[in-house]
Design a protein around this ligand. Structure first.
Ligand code: RM4
Ligand code: MN
Ligand code: MN
Length: 424
């Protein structure tokens, strides 16, 4: 046990007075506090199993100490996060990085930690040691039918693992594309990919969703076969009602208007899930909200507006996941920061005065519209988010407890200083 419940209570007691002062101030400022708190308590963000170790770059990987050595230890790490913030109650697995060899044991362990299994992720962007055919020139788009079949079979196998764990969605991110003009025929690549995805789609259980993730570049640098939201939407539409687009914040060309993309996908009922992270240049996978917090707010603003317009349940109707990985931070501390940023931004989006905004838009009152959004964005909602955590048994200050209880030191002691988690 790396963290006892009473340690959280002990820390909370120390900062309770300060918290109450801040909370009563924000409660007096905001009209529907209880409603917002309930939404915050319900909102859960899935932690990716590949973000628990220190990420590398193509130059080097500087592994941190105490990294999880197995899926069991990864679940243990996410359990720690969830105990601290009560908002990380799900895990997203990448196969074959995290194969659950004993599904019922893994499922039980996750349940003990209060976790459920969110989207399963397949991997046809790397060759595995025992793999027969190579993905060097793509997987589902490949000119060779045998390679495509191998990629299809892998995805179907991932679905099977997911069924055993109680997951209900599959995320397909393909690195397929080309690095040089003339390397492939765009139309044939699309057709092959569509046919391959159709076979995977046919293997989805009734209740499942398929998320088609797009990415503009990397590892292919000339064309990507699922390169943007238009292409993803095209696949998802052709596939059928169980297929949706997944938006990863780092997968756009510079300055793309992601909030507008989100609004239109929601309008079409084709937004399925989200990968949160932040970036300055490309798919940097930095901590959520660390670079462009206002953009994140504008995205959440569209999410809340669009989901409410369709009567959707904020907590359960979309797949909320983090997709980040770090070279210089403790991955658990980083994930605490990311979840906190998501909760803060979600709370701010809930504060937007929708009625006034609609009226301002109707009047073409541009100044008032901007004021309404910025009023919400500039409100310090940290005490609201902390109160939601407190009410659900979490820590007022998760990071402070993590450090105060020397959790990383304990993990290093238990697992060793030189452990390397599976992942990129
Ligand atoms: C990709 C993409 C996928 C993730 C891999 C590891 O850039 O974001 O979602 O599974 O990285
Ligand atoms: Mn992603
Ligand atoms: Mn990515």
């Amino acid at each position: 046990m790396f963290l006892e419940k009473y340690s959280i209570e002990k820390h909370n007691e120390v900062s309770l007075k300060d918290h109450q002062r801040r909370f009563s101030f924000i409660s007096s400022e905001v009209s529907n506090t209880e409603n917002i708190l309930k939404k915050l308590i319900d909102f859960q963000v899935a932690i990716p199993s590949w973000a628990l170790g220190t990420g590398g770059t193509r130059f080097a990987r500087f592994a941190g100490g105490g990294e999880p050595r197995s899926l069991e230890e990864k679940i243990e790490d996410i359990g720690l996060l969830h105990a601290l913030n009560r908002s990380s109650g799900a895990i997203s697995l990448h196969i074959p990085w995290d194969i659950p060899s004993n599904a019922s044991h893994i499922k039980a362990l996750a349940a003990q930690n209060g976790l459920r299994f969110d989207a399963m992720n397949s991997n046809t962007f790397q060759d595995q040691p025992d793999q027969e055919l190579s993905y060097k020139f793509g997987s589902m788009q490949h000119v060779n039918k045998e390679v495509r079949k191998q990629a299809i079979d892998h995805n179907i196998e991932v679905i099977k693992y997911g069924i055993e764990l109680g997951s209900e969605s599959l995320t397909v991110w393909l690195s397929d594309g080309s690095c040089f003009p003339g390397q492939l025929n765009f139309r044939k690549a699309f057709q092959n990919t569509l046919e391959s995805l159709q076979e995977v789609y046919a293997a989805l259980p009734e209740s499942w969703k398929m998320f088609v993730e797009y990415k503009a570049f990397e590892p292919n640098f000339y064309s990507t076969t699922v390169g943007d939201w238009g292409q993803s939407l095209l696949y998802a539409t052709k596939l059928g009602p169980k297929a949706y687009t997944l938006v990863d914040l780092g997968h756009h060309l510079p300055n793309a208007n992601i909030e507008q993309i989100v609004a239109l996908l929601l309008m079409e009922q084709k937004l399925g899930g989200f990968h949160f992270n932040d970036s300055k240049y490309g798919d940097d996978d930095l901590t959520v909200g660390s670079i462009k917090p206002y953009q994140l707010f504008l995205i959440f603003n569209e999410l809340v507006e669009g989901m409410d317009a369709r009567g959707m349940n904020h907590a359960t109707d979309l797949g909320w996941m983090i997709d980040a990985s770090h070279n210089v931070k403790d991955p658990l501390e980083d994930l605490l920061q990311s979840v906190e940023a998501i909760m803060i931004t979600y709370a701010q989006a809930l504060l937007v005065d929708r009625k006034k905004l609609v009226a301002a838009q109707q009047e073409n009152d541009v100044v008032t519209a901007q004021e309404i959004l910025q009023q919400a964005f500039r409100t310090d909602v940290r005490a609201l988010v902390a109160e939601a955590r407190l009410r659900s048994g979490g820590a007022l200050h998760p990071l402070a407890v993590f450090r105060g209880e020397k959790i990383r030191e304990q993990l290093i002691k238990a697992r060793g200083a030189k452990t390397v988690a599976t992942g990129l």
